[in-house]
Design a binder for this molecule. Structure first.
Ligand SMILES: Cc1ncc(C[n+]2csc(CCOP(=O)(O)OP(=O)(O)O)c2C)c(N)n1
Ligand SMILES: [Mg+2]
Length: 517
């Protein structure tokens, strides 16, 4: 599961696994997978790693380690497995270490001059350009260059959740996420743009309204410049007008350079050329704000989702790291969270693995001991991996879990309710199961009591007024803490695009409507 998550989210992750002693291979000892090949664990995980290595002798280790590390970090990063038989850990040999890797810090391919010139021509011809950035932009640390492109030329930027934080959260040209759970101005800009420059994105179903024309995008009528380090991603879902295999940071710097030279040579200002478009985008942004903002301040029991997002936004310092789990709580954060720094909102995007947000907060805290690290996770996800609290206590990690407790697997319940005329089955938690449902009572373990049993702090929050103070106190305490926040599961995120699990029908957006170019 963690390897699949790492593969789909391009995480350099070395998994050292262990296998049976070589002398026992094919004898079916304890824990050997042997049906088709001896010690065959690498075959089990092959689909979810960039490469699996199985050094069966000590003298094979240096090369396997060197190749494993190189594979993990080169090109598009990803997980690598080194599977080590038990005896290899203990045996000795005279080995020759290969020379230091030539890979680190190098291999950042740029675009050809001809392609940079083509991209520049397309932007110069555009009246309604938009930039769409994803995880590739984050991993290559292209934020400063993309921000310069955004601000110098006045181009709106749409961000996938893993691209958020690369551009300034408070810039009016930072439009947020696109697709069903995106922000209205992002979908409007996506479907009305005449040229889209996309950097390190995949156009998956969630960031494209399941590819239905006019909901988020209008390719191929909209011309597309698609930049990615991974050739497999170019043209997967939309054929680009111009496809460029390059590192996000290197390419953006090349483009900035070319654009700067063009204006130095006396070309008309592109920022001015795009000014009408910016006014349109700004009007959409204001329309959206006027629609959503009133719900942010409502004091309710249980709490309204928007209130929770807003309270975290107000209380958490700019350097906080948020790790999100999978579920409807994540949809609310995709739509409304505005991370202030790159890599400060960590998501399981491609695989959407429940438990990721619950556990990854400890990794974040280990990597950034001085920064507040907060997991926003569902009651369902937290129930899958509650042992994390004990681990955090053991290692003295002051992580905070905001358990978004809506007493259900709400993401799944919402699909059922939407598709089956308001009915649900097995997706909300009641004392006595279905019989309890009739009485209207809800069930969940007492998560705050569990935290205290582990030696952490635990607070239950049922009133809006109590959330900000409890969160501030938890940050001050610098101790692991669970805030069990009771959130209203009947308030659903307003869709601004669409999404479909074929063959079930898709829904029209709750706010705004499609526009086919
Ligand atoms: C490991 C895993 N199992 C199942 C799913 C499918 N799934 C996605 S969201 C969800 C429900 C999540 O419930 P909860 O954690 O309470 O979050 P909520 O949607 O209520 O905010 C499920 C079962 C998944 N993404 N990952
Ligand atoms: Mg839930």
């Amino acid at each position: 599961m963690s390897l699949a998550t790492a593969l789909s989210d391009s995480s350099a992750f070395l998994a050292i696994t262990s296998n049976v002693p070589t002398s026992q291979m094919n004898r079916a000892p304890f824990q050997e997978i042997y049906k088709h090949n001896q010690a065959d664990f690498p075959s089990v995980i092959r689909p979810v790693v960039k490469r699996a290595f199985q050094p069966t002798r000590v003298d094979m280790l240096p090369l396997a380690l060197r190749q494993g590390f190189d594979t993990m970090v080169t090109g598009r990063p990803g997980p690598v497995n080194i599977d080590v038989p038990y005896n290899v850990y203990q045996e000795e040999d005279e080995v020759e270490l290969p020379p230091a890797s030539h890979v680190f810090g190098q291999h950042r391919p740029g675009a050809s001059d001809a392609d940079v010139a083509k991209a520049l021509d397309m932007l110069a011809d555009a009246m309604r350009p938009a930039i769409f950035i994803g995880h590739g932009a984050t991993l290559s640390e292209a934020g400063p260059e993309i921000t310069r492109l955004q601000q110098t030329y006045g181009i709106p930027v749409i961000t996938s959740p893993n691209g958020m934080g690369c551009v300034p959260a408070d810039d009016p040209l930072t439009l947020g996420f696109i697709g069903r759970n995106g922000a209205y101005p992002a979908n409007q800009a996506g479907r009305h743009a005449d040229v889209v420059l996309t950097i390190g994105t995949r156009f998956d179903d969630r960031s494209s309204s399941s590819w239905y024309p006019g909901y988020s995008w209008n390719f191929p009528k909209t011309r597309l410049i698609h930049v990615d380090l991974d050739p497999q991603e170019l043209g997967r879902n939309y054929p680009p007008t111009l496809g460029i295999i390059a590192d996000a940071k290197v390419f953006t710097a090349q483009l900035l350079n070319a654009l700067g030279l063009r204006e130095q040579r006396g070309a008309a200002s592109l920022k001015k050329q795009y000014s009408e478009w910016r006014a349109e985008v700004d009007a959409w942004r204001k329309e959206w704000e006027a629609f959503v903002r009133p719900n942010f301040g409502k004091l309710t029991t249980p709490l309204r989702p928007e209130f929770v997002v807003d309270a975290l936004q107000k209380v958490l310092p700019d350097d906080a790291i948020l790790t999100c789990d999978s579920g409807v709580h994540h949809n609310w954060f995709m739509q409304f969270w505005r991370p202030k720094r790159a890599q400060s909102m960590l998501n399981s995007w491609g695989y959407s693995s429940m438990g990721f947000g619950v556990c990854s907060v400890m990794g974040a805290q280990l990597a950034a001991p001085e920064r507040p690290c907060i997991s926003v996770c569902g009651d369902g996800g937290f129930s899958m991996t509650p042992y994390v609290v004990a681990t955090a206590v053991e290692y003295g990690l002051p992580c905070i879990w905001v358990v978004w407790n809506n007493f259900s697997w709400a993401a799944i319940r919402d699909i059922q309710v939407g598709m089956f005329g308001g009915r649900e089955l097995g997706t909300a938690f009641y004392p006595g199961g279905h019989y309890g449902q009739k009485e209207g009572k809800r069930y969940n373990p007492d998560f705050a009591a569990w935290a205290r049993a582990c030696g952490a702090d635990g607070v239950t929050i049922t009133k809006s007024e109590d959330l900000a103070g409890a969160l501030q106190q938890a940050i001050r305490n610098k101790r692991p803490c669970v805030l069990d926040v009771h959130v209203d599961g009947e308030v659903r995120p307003p869709s601004t695009g669409t999404w479909q699990l074929p063959p079930t029908p898709f829904k029209e957006p709750a706010f705004g409507k499609p526009w086919v170019a």
